[in-house]
Design a protein around this ligand. Sequence first.
Ligand code: BDR
Ligand code: CA
Length: 311
Amino acid sequence: MKIIIDTDPGQDDAVAILLALASPELEVLAVTAVAGNVPLHLTTRNARMVCELAGRADLRVHAGCDRPIARALVTAEHVHGKTGLDGAELPDPTMPLADAHAVDAIIEILRREPPGTVTLCPLGPLTNIATALHRAPDIGPRIARIVLMGGAYFQVGNITPAAEFNIYVDPEAAHAVFRAGIPLTVLPLDVTHKALTTRARNEAFRAAGPVGPVVAGWTGFFERYDKEKYGTEGAPLHDPCVIAWLLQPDLFSGRHVNVEIEVDSPLTRGMTVADWWGVTDRPKNATFIGGLDSDGYFALLTERIARLPGG
Ligand code: BDR
Ligand code: CA
């Protein structure tokens, strides 16, 4: 399966990228960076560091939008640290950024590849994706599926009481993507809060080949915020759920429902209103995932990370 990873690394984004690069079922056509957890100059840096860590300096990493469509950028250093990848020391990247802007790269790839063969995997705010769809509406029907991490419904928000970070940061972009008529799978907090990095799971990462200790360093760092906040053992390892869903969808369960994005209300900005019980006539536009076999998820992650040779 051919994929484009659109990302704002972030430790959990980094683990998602590693999972994809360790998986022969997936062909990563490009990594496109967006501003989100940290500003763009750091997400582009982090994305390249992760590719190099995986021994994939040959990949194309593109810099994308440095701010949301209609709002000031909100970042999440309180969760991810000031670099976005605090928790493990990695060398500065040496691979260059690709010349093309991420939005142009997304458009070019979708026009070049046969229709229905490329899946988009957004792991951050949806600014690059929405901008590409706006600029080149012909690419919409060519996208096989969008599988994204974002939103929350039965689980409350993590950046405001109502909203999940990725959707909150650029609600206008999310609104456009959810209304685009493209097959959509959504991995919200409802499922990612079942993917908790317990001590045993972190130790399994640490023992998983040359890259494992780096992953354990990241998940250990990530944890300190979430543990305190949610009082759970371990932190939700959000973004790898997207890649795991592609690899092993039977680990997950969900429902095809209508999901709308709140863009007007300051109180509930970025809320993903999912019609779980079908109480409206609004058209179903997304498969909203809620259930997870968490042991299966961490077993998949650990087994794949162990395959990486290191940079
Ligand atoms: C999402 O926000 C970011 O902090 C994480 O990388 C993840 O994509 C979780 O709300
Ligand atoms: Ca992310």
